[in-house]
Design a protein around this ligand. Structure first.
Ligand SMILES: Cc1cc2nc3c(=O)[nH]c(=O)nc-3n(C[C@H](O)[C@H](O)[C@H](O)COP(=O)(O)OP(=O)(O)OC[C@H]3O[C@@H](n4cnc5c(N)ncnc54)[C@H](O)[C@@H]3O)c2cc1C
Length: 307
């Protein structure tokens, strides 16, 4: 059976705190309630402590502490997971939000990113170099959880999933050891983390292949809910013949809340259906879009304005 932080001696916790450069946040701290918030406001977990890691050494110390004291451990990257997997009740949360850096190498268009970065931060850093890494559609999603789960977004049709562009990762394993995984080193682990989620270790840095992406055109087009079938049929044909530079997705909007494309939902609820289309401008002409739909609300924007 797992132990809880409540059962630990104060002296044991004190020694652990002294090993960290980052803060140790406890339930008695005034910052505790703010610290336990995640993207999904319905998640209300109460961890026993948060190790706010700022470097790899903090992660190693935290993993060792959790293991030696038989604690339930959760790892939080961007905190976007719908089910709140980045938190646990009564155990130790290893928070990576202090491990942030982005280094762009223009000699081979690669990008090195911290295990706690958010995608908007990566976009911001790569944009001046005319580069982007294929990621998701929301800028506040964590690089960690999204990458380890696969990662699908606006650039996927052209450049693949996020894991197709993962070249290397640095990881702390459950025994506290530090390893680098890539096509030549620890290849089985490299295979496992490309879709296996956060189950194989804690990634402290990722190295990605970036691609030339600068200006994009994007925006939603909206129709009444009664047109759902017609729009989906049109979109089905349209997207198959569209160039890879163009990506889109359909949502049903109900009172300001977006659901993914569920025909059933859109029929049951009297609201609107929208298609969000985003494309790179380099090799795509807007006129190719205008054949099937009203795109009057499609806007021109810089990739950073779309974050
Ligand atoms: C509004 C919204 C939009 C989204 N859009 C997209 C999208 O466009 N495309 C897409 O593919 N997905 C999308 N997702 C899903 C998202 O990718 C997953 O929820 C992902 O797990 C979030 O990662 P995170 O680091 O923010 O989450 P967290 O809650 O911090 O972590 C999620 C899981 O990953 C683990 N983890 C996180 N970082 C690390 C790390 N560095 N090392 C080891 N394990 C780690 C955690 O332990 C946990 O199990 C979206 C989610 C939301 C809420």
């Amino acid at each position: 059976m797992m132990n809880t932080v409540k059962n630990l001696d104060a002296s044991v916790i004190e020694v652990f705190a002294s090993q960290l450069r980052g803060e140790l946040v406890m339930p008695s701290d005034t910052t505790y309630n703010e610290t336990r918030k995640v993207y999904n406001g319905m998640i209300d977990k109460r961890p026993g402590m948060f190790a706010m890691c700022v470097d790899v050494a903090d992660v190693i110390a935290s993993v060792n502490f959790g293991r030696d004291n038989n604690l339930l451990v959760a790892v939080r990257g961007g905190g976007h997971n719908g089910g709140g997997l980045g938190l646990c009740d009564e155990g130790l949360v290893i928070d990576l939000s202090g491990i942030k850096f982005v280094r762009v190498d223009t000699s081979d268009n690669t990008v090195r990113v911290g295990g706690g970065n958010l995608w908007g931060e990566v976009d911001h850093a790569t944009h001046p170099f005319g580069l982007a890494v294929p990621a998701g559609i929301i800028s506040t999603t964590g690089v960690g959880g999204l990458t380890l789960g696969g990662g699908v977004g606006h650039l996927s049709r052209k450049y693949g999933l996020t894991i197709d562009n993962l070249l290397e990762a640095d990881m702390v394993l459950a025994d506290g050891s530090f390893v680098t995984v890539n096509e030549n080193q620890n290849t089985d682990l490299f295979w496992a983390i490309r879709g296996g989620g956060g189950n194989f270790g804690i990634v402290t840095s990722f190295k990605f292949q970036a691609h030339p992406v600068k200006t994009v055109i994007g925006g939603p087009t909206l129709w009444p809910i009664e047109k759902t079938e017609e729009i989906m049929e049109w979109y089905h044909d349209f997207i198959q013949n569209a160039p890879d530079e163009l990506n889109g997705f359909i949502t049903a909007c109900v009172g300001g809340v977006f659901f993914s494309s569920s025909l059933l939902l859109t029929k049951l609820l009297n609201s609107s259906v929208s298609i969000v289309l985003v494309m790179r401008t380099a090799s795509f002409k807007r006129s190719s879009l205008e054949s099937g739909a009203d795109i009057s609300s499609v806007i021109n924007c810089d990739v950073n304005d779309c974050r």
